[in-house]
Structure formats: C-alpha cells, structure tokens
Design a binder for this molecule. Structure first.
Ligand SMILES: NC(=O)c1ccc[n+]([C@@H]2O[C@H](COP(=O)([O-])OP(=O)(O)OC[C@H]3O[C@@H](n4cnc5c(N)ncnc54)[C@H](O)[C@@H]3O)[C@@H](O)[C@H]2O)c1
Length: 433
C-alpha cells in the first residue's frame, strides 16, 4: 500500500498526460466528478468497486453515458474474475483508487453508440478487448517507470488509464470500433467472453516465444492462462509440455490435457527443485519456458520479506527457475504480471547460457481476435476446459476471495448479470455464494 501512496504522490508531481490521448481517460466510475459521466436518464446499476486493500464490494452507481463520439455503451451479459484481478484487490497495482469499478473481461449487447461509431449498432452482441487500443493511457508515472506508456486496461487502476470496468451491468467502451468484436450466434457468451483476454493472452504467450514443432516446453502456473498456454503449445506441435503448479491444479490440468506432464512443486522431495526435476525429465533443459504465475507470489522467506517491506516489487524465484530449466540459447517468456523491480535475479545464468528472455507484454488482443474466434467457432479451440463455475454478479466479491485462495475446483468462472441469456448447454450450473 505504501507504494500505492508513493505512486499517487509521484503522479501529482509529474502531472497527468491526458492532452495527447485518443480518448478521455480516468472515468473509473460514472459517478466521479459529481456524476458528469452518468447517463442523463438517472438510471442506476450495480458494479464491483475496489474499496481498499483486500476489500471489493458491489455498489450502486450510475449507468455510464456516451462521453465521446467514438464511445459505445455495452449492456453486460457476462463477465468473469481474472488472476490479475486478485493483484488489484491486493493493492499491488499502482494508482488504484477507492470506488474504481473493476473488471477487464466482459461481453454483452450494444446499448448505444456515439455518432462516430461506424461498425456497430445497438442490439449487436460483442466482446471487449481487455486492452483498449490507441493512445488510451494518461499515466505519466507509467512513462517514467517503464520508458513509454502502454495502452489502458479496463477496470484496472489509473496506472492503466482509469477506465471503469465491466464487472458491472453497463460499461463505457471508448474507440468502440477498435475495442469491441461482434460475436456470432453460434458462439455463446460462455465461450465468447474468453476472447477478451484468456484466449489471446495464452495464445500470444506461445506464439511470441516461438514455440514450434518438436519443442519441449515448460509452463509455470496452471491457472486459466497457463493451462490454455499448455493447450496452445501442443497445438503448435510441441513434443512435450510440462506444467508446474501445486496441489489440485496439477491434477485438474492433467485431466484436461492427457499428454501434459506435471510437476507439483509442493510435493518435491528433499534436495529436489523444479529445475532439478525438469533436467531429470528433459536432460539439458527445455527449449521454451513460460512464466504464467505473477511477481507477487513469493515462495521463500527472503522474497516474502522483501516484498512485504517494499525492498522489491516482484519476486524473481519463478523467473530464475525458468532460466535455469531452459537449455542453452533457449527462450523464457513472461506472460504473468510483473510490476517493477526484483532482487536476486540470476543474470549470470541468463548471460552465460545465452538465454533470451521475452517480456510478452499485455497481450495484443486485436492481433489474434479473428483467428481465435474462427477456432472457437469451428471447435478447434475450446475454452470450455477452463470454465468451472457460474456465479451471479451479486456474488462476485465472494468469487474474488475464492479465486485468491485458489479454492478447490475453481479455475475460471462465468459471471451472469440480470441481462444474461439462459445458460448454454454443457456449461456449469449456477452456484450461489
Ligand atoms: N500479460 C497479459 O496480457 C496478461 C493477461 C491476463 C493475465 N495475466 C497474468 O497472468 C498470470 C496468470 O493468470 P491466471 O488468470 O491464470 O492467474 P491464476 O492466479 O489463476 O493462476 C496463477 C497460477 O500460478 C500458480 N503459481 C503461483 N506460484 C507458483 C510457482 N512458484 N510455481 C508454479 N506455479 C505457481 C498458482 O498456484 C496459480 O495456479 C497472472 O499474473 C495474471 O495477472 C497477464
């Protein structure tokens, strides 16, 4: 939290860079600035707000209005909770503010469009890109820390644009022609929503790291992103794929992908480590290692302490495991979220063994969107392997806490709103929390 306060102070010194943005940013709740961004009808809606560290709640706020000509308002029919949402709930993402409406993945029906929107009309079913394209982030702190600004992210703090998110009944989407993709009737919300983030992100992680025929690949983290990355690695022709996680998540992944080999790092014997196990399985190391965990998940005491006192922002443990487990001149890709600086990084192994480390960035969703939609339509990609639960928007705060604890059986949920259609056949029944 201390770093969040420091970030706020730094931004007030640096100033905000809204002038050259393609859209009006920092409307993280339609009721901000005395309701300037609220729909003139006065209609209210439910949305999930960040209320403080480890405190997210459903609140009542105003339905958003069209602020700029290229905006659309989407009536949300499906949303979900991401591993990234847990980072924001913990307050580790800089510049999150009390009352910000969260949620970067959603699908729904176009409710209204501004006069400059040319490809969409009210009534059409759509899914969003979790990263809105064009110049959509005004955070100067971002520029200062990272060297240049990346795009915004819906419902993900003022560090990434300050957009109100889609864990709500309505959401404003700027530059709607670029940031919404139409969903055909053949693709139900329970599949279509994952085109917002999970499918493009996981696909990008294996494409960008160059996974190819006959490769041996190891993937750290078997949440929705890591599990789908394993799926894509096989699809790219990998000879062997090893998934690393703990407890029931390794069993779940193995059940879904029967060629997958797994390492449950919580049950390793004394003297064994994840890299020693990988070298035993693949002498010399894997061709590609992908980290789909996240920098806040310290394993050992030293990093736990250093994160806690703010001596680093991310642990280097999983990255070091990736580097050491990769063959000479192999590749390590980072798709899990890392925020800032890390200690005890094994730069020696990286340099001496010629390892290429690739930061995968926030996934360029639009690059893969149509290709992936086609695969979902023709059945060659099935996001059904990650979908385990269905909840109501009213219960979404509890779903965050379940996700945080990685409660048995929960990989990815579908969250319905009062506007959702009937549950699609073959998808999980509603669970009330
Ligand atoms: N770059 C992007 O565009 C992008 C997009 C979406 C999500 N993400 C990030 O990707 C990561 C994964 O997302 P998710 O939704 O699957 O999250 P998740 O929290 O459901 O899964 C993370 C998994 O990592 C495992 N893990 C933690 N420490 C580990 C360790 N030391 N070794 C092996 N496994 C370990 C956890 O048990 C968990 O199963 C998160 O950091 C998320 O923020 C990035």
């Amino acid at each position: 939290m201390a770093q969040n306060i420091a970030a706020k102070q730094a931004e007030s010194l640096l100033g905000h860079g809204d002038q050259d943005r393609a859209t009006h940013t920092d409307i993280s709740n339609p009721d901000r600035e005395d309701g300037r961004y609220a729909d003139e009808s006065g209609e209210k809606m439910k949305g999930l707000a960040w209320m403080g560290k480890n405190d997210v709640r459903i609140v009542e706020t105003s339905k958003p209005r069209i602020v700029e000509d290229h905006d659309a308002i989407v009536r949300v029919t499906g949303t979900t909770v991401c591993g990234s949402d847990v980072h924001i709930m913990h307050g580790v993402i800089l510049q999150v503010e009390k009352g910000d409406i969260l949620g970067h993945e959603f699908c729904g029906v176009v409710e209204a469009v501004g006069p400059a929107v040319t490809t969409l009309k009210p009534g059409e079913r759509v899914v969003n890109s979790f990263v809105p394209v064009k110049k959509t982030n005004a955070s100067k702190l971002h520029e200062k820390l990272y060297g240049s600004r990346m795009g915004g992210i819906f419902g993900y703090s003022h560090f990434t644009g300050g957009y109100a998110g889609g864990q709500a009944e309505f959401v404003r989407v700027p530059l709607a022609d670029n940031n919404l993709m139409k969903l055909p009737h053949s693709v139900p919300d329970e599949k279509g929503i994952y085109l917002s983030d999970v499918l493009p992100t996981s696909y990008h992680s294996v494409t960008h790291t160059g996974v190819k025929e006959n490769d041996c690949v190891a993937i750290w983290g078997l949440g929705p992103i890591g599990l789908m990355a394993c799926y894509w690695a096989f699809q790219k022709g990998a000879k062997r794929v090893i998934g690393i996680d703990r407890d029931w998540r390794t069993e779940y992944a193995k059940n879904k992908l029967n060629r997958l080999e797994v390492i449950n790092y919580a049950t390793l014997g004394s003297g064994e480590t994840v890299p020693s196990k990988i070298h035993e399985m693949v002498p010399g190391g894997v061709d590609v290692a992908i980290d789909a965990t996240g920098g806040e998940y310290a394993k050992g005491f030293t990093h736990k302490l250093e994160l806690w006192v703010g001596a680093e922002q991310d642990t280097s443990e999983m990255l070091n495991e990736c580097i050491v487990s990769t063959r000479k001149f192999g590749t390590v890709g980072i798709i899990g979220d890392y925020i800032g600086f890390t200690n005890h990084f094994n730069v020696g192994s990286l340099m001496e063994r010629g390892i290429s480390v690739i930061g995968c960035g926030q996934a360029p969703v639009q690059k893969y969107w149509r290709e992936l939609l086609e695969m979902v339509e023709n059945g060659s990609a099935d996001p059904g392997i990650i979908l385990t639960h269905r909840f109501k928007l009213e219960d979404i705060a509890k779903a965050y806490y379940m996700q945080e604890k990685r409660e048995a059986g929960l990989i990815k949920c579908f969250v319905e709103t009062q506007f959702s259609s009937r549950r699609a056949d073959g998808t999980p029944e509603l669970t009330r929390l």
